[in-house]
Design a binder for this molecule. Structure first.
Ligand SMILES: NC(=O)c1ccc[n+]([C@@H]2O[C@H](COP(=O)([O-])OP(=O)(O)OC[C@H]3O[C@@H](n4cnc5c(N)ncnc54)[C@H](OP(=O)(O)O)[C@@H]3O)[C@@H](O)[C@H]2O)c1
Length: 367
């Protein structure tokens, strides 16, 4: 079998860590000897052993002279676990096939260098594109220390995210809603504006049976979140951060007593400064945020330049209504030339709905 075939197996293995390893990357490894797979492993949970060590531990025979396929360059530094390069050198593996280089400044080619210096044959870049795509979030976070932000909304075919009375349950069908739950498992944080809390009182948890709840973040400049809101009442089940501009301990106290984290940030145009918020979330090791609206916050997030990707779930329905909200509100651009530009979308059919996904090419409209 070819290098590509074994790397594909390593990629499939890596996916099993999805949602559990953040802010670390998903990594998979396969050990092959005389054309037989003798061990496979992946990074299972944040803080636990890396894929290479798990694959070596799983070997059914000595890895002496074997080839290891690993989706990401092995680490060569002491983090929560000792360097993987050490384990590889000790194992007797003769050749290492690496999917892509780790952009972490502590690694960035040095892992490969260490292996080569010790006489190991290293082949780089096998299925590089797929290996890069697997860890878009990690690559962004390790280089910027800001979370990767995915702006997600569900809309009708006439571009409405709610009816004229503000109701939005449900726009899309079950298949789309299940897809959203998978992203809630995958993302470390989920963020909404206070408008959405007041209109919908959402729970914002992950409903998958074995899912992981993202940290809930409410942009609430003036602490208007009701203490009875579900994001406050269920804080024992999933963490909640209230991002505010108020420096008022008396107002913050009841939320803190309820178990919420109240994060005071500078204001920008009278609201929470979203760039500062992203920096603060990054410091809390939140590597990714699913931005679930609403309309006012979405505009502000785009303008602040914090959005990396847009996901539009489009349902075959029409709401109509000049006052019914569209996904991105705010003041909007005046000149079509000033549009936020997105990459050509990936299109997926989800039951009756379609999902359009695009990377943001030019984000900030701020001067
Ligand atoms: N279909 C969907 O996908 C979907 C998703 C979400 C919501 N919705 C619908 O959208 C509606 C709610 O949307 P909305 O536009 O009224 O409210 P929103 O965007 O959820 O919240 C807006 C509020 O967030 C606060 N905020 C804090 N920091 C901000 C910042 N930097 N920039 C902008 N705002 C900031 C502002 O109040 P303060 O500054 O006073 O805090 C602002 O008024 C509801 O009808 C809901 O059902 C639909």
């Amino acid at each position: 079998m070819s290098d590509e075939t074994y790397m594909k197996m390593a990629l499939e293995c890596a996916q099993k860590g999805c949602g559990w390893v953040n802010p670390n990357p998903m990594v998979g490894a396969v050990v092959v000897k005389d054309g037989r797979v003798i061990g496979m492993g992946y990074h299972q949970r944040y803080g636990e052993l890396h894929a290479e060590r798990n694959a070596l531990a799983a070997c059914t025979e000595s890895p002496q002279n074997a080839t290891m396929y690993v989706t990401l360059e092995p680490c060569c530094h002491y983090g929560k676990t000792p360097p993987c390069t050490e384990a590889i050198l000790k194992s007797g593996v003769r050749r290492v096939v690496v999917g892509t280089v780790d952009p972490n400044p502590l690694v960035a080619g040095k892992g490969i260098q260490v292996l080569r210096q010790h006489g190991i044959e290293v082949t780089e870049g096998v299925l590089r594109e797929a290996c890069d795509a697997l860890n878009v979030v990690f690559f962004h976070f390790i280089q910027t220390r800001m979370p990767y932000v995915l702006m997600k909304y569900a809309m009708t075919m006439d571009g409405k995210i709610a009816t004229r009375s503000g109701q939005s349950k449900w726009i899309t069908g079950e298949t789309s809603r299940r897809h959203v739950q998978e992203d809630r498992h995958r993302y470390s944080g989920i963020m909404v504006g206070i408008g959405t809390i007041l209109a919908d009182d959402p729970l914002l948890t992950c409903r998958l049976p074995d899912g992981r709840n993202p940290v809930r973040i409410v942009c609430d400049s003036r602490l208007r979140t009701p203490l009875s809101a579900r994001v406050v009442q269920t804080v024992g089940k999933a963490a909640t951060i209230l991002a505010t501009c108020l420096q008022d301990e008396a107002l913050a106290r009841p939320y803190r007593d309820a178990g919420c984290d109240v994060l005071t940030l500078p204001s920008k145009d009278g609201h929470v400064d979203l760039r500062k918020l992203m920096t603060a979330l990054g410091k809390k090791e939140i590597d990714s945020v699913l931005l679930e609206g609403g309309s006012v916050l979405n505009w502000s997030a785009l303008q602040s330049g914090v959005v990396n990707k847009v996901q539009a779930y489009v349902a075959p329905k029409l709401f109509g209504g000049a006052d019914a909200k569209s996904p991105v509100g705010g003041i909007g651009v005046e000149d079509p030339k000033k549009a936020f530009r997105l990459a050509p979308p990936q299109v997926t059919r989800l039951g009756e709905d379609i999902l359009l996904e695009s990377e943001v090419l030019t984000c900030s409209q701020e001067s």
